[in-house]
Design a protein around this ligand. Structure first.
Ligand code: ADP
Ligand code: MG
Length: 482
């Protein structure tokens, strides 16, 4: 189904392309040895290079290059063995060098593709135009002093990957799904932590609208949106604004806009006429970046299993598409599931993890990373069901006890005497007692009131404190009532 927005003159299609800035996970900055940890004391992670001192020379950090190549491989993209760093010149207080080192004409990664899954289960491929490396700028702090602005250069020089998509997205949902997928891939790869609230990932959202069947119209770029939800909101707000402009006889002008999250509208930041002339030229301090194919192959061989591959593997184990999707969403969840499922029935493990376990996490407001029960103990619980020690009902009771103290389920079973009764003669004795006590109901049952069977099951289970093996209880009752 195509997503459209209804104007006063008919439906409009929305066209979206994203430019995502993703901070490279690395110990040191792109061209200096200063640290990159988030939340450090202002200006405590700044080298002379990052502060733009005269005469300082950038030295490339090979790990950042490897991270960009890994990301490119994870995006099924072409790796360019020859790329180049350019200077992007502009003046701003948080940019001490007076230019940003970036890759303009020759990025390290070229065209690729990412597949996203939408809520209705359909998939769509979004084209990647390029990925290039660049330095981040510092940060101005405006609210610390009545008359002065402060500058924090901790972020100055940190390596960023700018990932540019083709204008392939057609709805807020697709834009959100694409961003979520990018983040998931980079988290699996360990190349960007994807923490949007810490600024590790932010998106410039390009939006235009058109009538069905038309070529692209002029786009506007909404800068620096810092959550998936805001990206989706910005797309819709900006598309609605453009529809109004077109429908009232106006023309959408190409410009850079900001999303006002409080009011849910975009507003103009600068028009194309005030667009910077960055006067790009090759950085004379840096030679072209030349990679060896053998090194790229080595990085490729060392890539971890990615979300798509993992999902396919789970589907092959017999999991539903939905379970496979949910269990692979976060790397930590997948690892937890794998430990529970190891050497066991994968489907039973998936049912427990996505069922009772996720419900418990929700209820306790916990996550897999601070799980109230260990994967080891949850696996042991499955074993106790598989070997008949616990019925499904008793297992739930043991699980509740495990949530209170992450104790081994075997120990809980012993301590509380929760072992299921699978001894037929013990069950027969109880059944005979129940039938003797309810002779009138037995007569009713035998004269055709089939529905009473459930009553006998309930009475027997009650008499056994819920510990009778349900299948055996059923079987004995059928036999005795025949
Ligand atoms: P620039 O380099 O000037 O920012 P690009 O052509 O590289 O421009 O495009 C930047 C982003 O804008 C890309 O993500 C691209 O997909 C997107 N884009 C280009 N044309 C359109 C359009 N008509 N509508 C929506 N997005 C677009
Ligand atoms: Mg742009």
């Amino acid at each position: 189904m195509t997503y459209t927005l209804e104007g006063t003159t008919g439906p409009w299609e929305v066209v979206i392309g994203l430019e995502v800035h993703a901070q490279v996970t690395s110990q040191a900055k792109l061209f200096s040895g200063a640290a990159t940890a988030f939340g450090a004391e202002p200006n405590s992670q700044v080298s002379f290079v990052d502060a733009g001192f005269p005469g300082m020379l950038p030295v490339i950090n090979a790990e950042c290059i490897a991270q960009a190549v890994r990301t490119g491989l994870g995006l099924n993209a072409e790796i360019h063995l020859w790329s180049r760093f350019d200077r992007k010149n502009y003046f701003y207080a948080d940019l001490p060098q007076g230019y940003q080192i970036s890759q303009y004409a020759h990025p390290i990664v070229g065209q690729g593709a990412v597949e996203v899954t939408l809520a209705d289960g359909s998939t769509k491929t979004i084209g990647i135009t390029r990925l290039h490396l660049e330095q981040d700028a510092g940060k101005s702090l405006h609210d610390q002093h009545p008359t002065k602005s402060y500058i924090d250069l901790n972020r100055s020089g940190v390596a960023l990957m700018e990932i540019v998509s083709e204008p392939d997205m057609r709805s807020p949902e697709e834009a959100g799904a694409y961003l979520a997928k990018l983040r998931q891939i980079m988290r699996y790869l360990g190349t960007c932590d994807g923490n949007m609230d810490e600024g590790s990932m932010r998106a410039d959202v390009n939006v235009s609208v058109r009538r069905a069947g038309e070529g692209y119209r002029t786009r506007c770029e909404v800068k620096n949106v810092n959550s998936i939800r805001f990206v989706m909101q910005a797309v819709e707000a900006e598309a609605r604004r453009q529809i109004e402009v077109w429908e009232s006889g106006g023309t959408v002008e190409q410009e850079t806009r900001l999303f006002d999250t409080a009011r849910g509208v975009t507003r103009s930041m600068r028009s194309k006429e005030d667009a910077h002339d960055y006067r790009y030229f090759p950085d004379p301090d840096l030679p072209p970046l030349v990679l060896e194919q053998g090194w790229v192959d080595q990085l490729k061989a060392g890539l971890p299993e990615l979300p798509d591959q993992r999902r396919a593997r789970y589907a092959a184990l017999g999991l539903s598409a939905y379970d496979a999707q949910v269990l692979t969403a976060e790397r930590e969840t997948a690892a937890f599931f794998e430990e529970v499922a190891h050497g066991r029935d994968a489907k039973a493990a998936a049912n427990w993890v996505t069922g009772d376990y996720f419900a418990a996490l929700n209820r306790l407001k916990r996550t897999v990373t601070d799980s109230p029960v260990s994967a080891k103990h949850l696996g042991e619980l499955l074993d106790l069901m598989a070997d008949g020690t616990l019925s499904g009902k008793l297992a739930k009771e043991v699980f509740e006890a495990m949530l209170e103290a992450d104790e081994a389920p075997g120990a809980i079973v012993e301590k509380r005497g929760l072992r299921q009764v699978t001894d037929s003669s013990a069950i027969e004795a109880v059944v005979d007692e129940v039938l003797a006590k309810n002779a009138d109901k037995v007569a009713d049952y035998r004269s055709g009131k089939d529905k009473l069977f459930g009553f006998f099951v309930g009475q027997t289970m009650k008499a056994m404190a819920g510990k009778g093996n349900p299948a055996l209880v059923n079987e004995v009752l059928k036999r005795r009532l025949a």
